[in-house]
Ligand binder design. Sequence first.
Ligand code: NAP
Ligand code: G4F
Length: 344
Amino acid sequence: MTRRALITGITGQDGSYLAEHLLAEGYQVWGLIRGQANPRKSRISRLASNLSFVDGDLMDQASLVSAIDTVQPDEVYNLGAISFVPMSWQQAELVTEVNGMGVLRVLEAIRMVSGLGGSQRNDGHGQIRFYQASSSEMFGKAAETPQRETTLFHPRSPYGAAKAYGHFITRNYRESFGMYAVSGMLFNHESPRRGAEFVTRKISLAAAGIKLGLQDKLRLGNLSAVRDWGFAGDYVRAMHLMLQADEPDDYVVGSGAMHSVRDAVRIAFDHVGLDWQEHVVIDPELVRPAEVEILCADSHRARGRLGWRPTVDFPALMRMMVDADLEQVAREHEYGDLLLASSW
Ligand code: NAP
Ligand code: G4F
C-alpha cells in the first residue's frame, strides 16, 4: 500500500526538500496550503510534481481536523511556522499562536481523527506518526556546548519559547495517549531555497549582487554569533528517518561544526574574489534584543540510532548558495524582491 504523508509548511524551504524526498521514497505527498491564493503554491508544484494539496491553517483547529480526515495520512510532518526569529519580538502573540498553539492543534486533530481520548491510549496499530519541527533556538543561552537531547532549554526569543512549548506538548501527547509523536531539534540548515531574510542567504545574495555590480554594501548585525549550519537536503532525511524508528523519541540534528557569521561572509566573498571588509557595514538596528551567541549540535543519538549523516560541509554549502545566487540574481526581475527581503 502506498504510504501517505501530510506536510504543513510545504511551501517553505524544508517543505520543498521533504516533499521531493518523500516522493522519491514512493509516498503519496499532500501539502497543507494556507490562504485563498498562496503565491508559493505554484512554486512548490513546479519543484515537486505529483503533489496533492489540502487547505488549512495552523491558526484554525477545524481546518486541521478536516485536512487530516481528508488525507488519512500515515505520517504528518508539522513544518509550518513563522520561522524568522526577529519577527517574534514584533508579533510575539501571533508567533506564539502559530508556532506553539499550532502544534497543539495538529496533535488534537490527529487525536480526534484517530478516536483517542480520555484514558484511551493508542495500541500502535495503524496509528498516525507525527513529526514536530523543534529548533536549536530552544537551547538559546545554552547551558553546555555542544547541545544534546538532555541539555536544558533557555530560549532567548518569543520564537524559542513558543518552540519549547511545541516540543513539550509533543512529548506530552506521546506520554499521555501513546501517540507516535517525535520532535527533531534541528540546528540551522540552509540551501539555495532559504528565505532571503536569513543571514546565510542574505550573504550569498549580496556576494552575487556585488560581484555583478548591482549592489555595493551589505548591512549586517552581530558578526560574532556562532552557528552549526548544515544543508537542508540532508536534514529532511533525518525527519523521515525519525518516523521510521521502532520507538518514538526526540533527536538533536546538526553537523557538530561551528562557524561565525564573519566566517560565512569570508567564505562567500572569497568565492567570488571580493574583499568582504570593503563591503560589510555593521548596522546596530540588526542586533537582536537577546542574542543566541553560540550553538553546536551533539548528534550522537541520531547518528547512532538512525544512521543519519550530513553530506555537505559549511564551506561547500556557502559556495553552493553563492553559485545559485549568481544565476538567480542575473535574472534581474526577481532581484528587487529578494533584496527587499534580505534588508532585515
Ligand atoms: P520557512 O521556509 O519559513 O517555511 C515556513 C512554512 O510555514 C511556510 O510554508 C509557511 O507557509 C508556513 N506557515 C506559516 N504560517 C502558517 C500557518 N499559520 N499555518 C500553516 N502554515 C504556515 O521555514 P523552514 O526553514 O522551511 O523551516 C521549517 C520548520 O522548521 C519551521 O517550523 C521552522 O521553525 C523549523 N526549523 C527550521 C530550521 C532552519 O534552520 N531552517 C531549524 C530548526 C527548526 P506560507 O506559504 O503560507 O507562508
Ligand atoms: O540566519 P538567522 O536569522 O537564523 P537564526 O536566528 O539562527 O534562526 C534560524 O535557525 C533556527 C535554528 O537554530 C530556526 F529555528 C529558525 O527558524 C531559523 O531558521 O541568524 C543567524 C545569526 C543570528 O545570531 C543573528 O543575530 O546571524 C546573526 N546575524 C547577524 N547579522 C544576522 C544578521 N541574522 C540576520 N537574519 N540578518 C542579519 O543581518
